[in-house]
Design a protein around this ligand. Structure first.
Ligand code: SF4
Length: 132
């Protein structure tokens, strides 16, 4: 297999892939973007066009930005009990808020904490029931 033409799979396998998988979006002028939320003419997310096809170098660059750093939220996640299970949110939304793929909006971080607390509570309730 010629790996010059390969893209690394996202390290965080539960992530969308941001242009490394089969998903993409096309803007009205024919540009291909790595995410349906990012057909905003932001060059970072542009990975080709319908006339010339994909631009593998741009896809690789975006992929490396995506995978090169840990995602982080409030106070760099210091002391957060969810740091092992938090998925780091949507990288496109992160970028729209902070221009950083890996920096989670504060509001989303709060929401993530509430959601994960509730998910754990529900798991504990279901786990303690017999569910016959
Ligand atoms: S919920 Fe927020 S603080 Fe906690 S790990 Fe996720 S991003 Fe970091």
């Amino acid at each position: 297999m010629n790996c010059e033409n390969c893209l690394d799979r996202p390290i965080l396998t539960h992530k969308c892939g941001l242009g490394t998988g089969a998903g993409a979006s096309i803007s009205v002028d024919g540009k291909i973007y790595a995410c349906q939320e990012m057909t905003t003419n932001d060059e970072l997310f542009e990975i080709g066009n319908i006339y010339d096809g994909e631009n593998l170098e741009k896809r690789k660059k975006l992929s490396s930005l995506f995978n090169s750093k840990k995602v982080y939220g409030l106070d760099n996640c210091k002391g957060c009990k969810f740091d092992k299970i938090c998925d780091g949110a949507c990288v496109a939304n992160n970028y729209l808020w902070s221009k950083d793929l890996n920096r989670i909006p504060d509001m989303y971080c709060y929401w993530q904490q509430i959601l994960l607390d509730e998910a754990i509570r529900i798991c504990n309730v279901l786990g303690s029931e017999k569910n016959e």
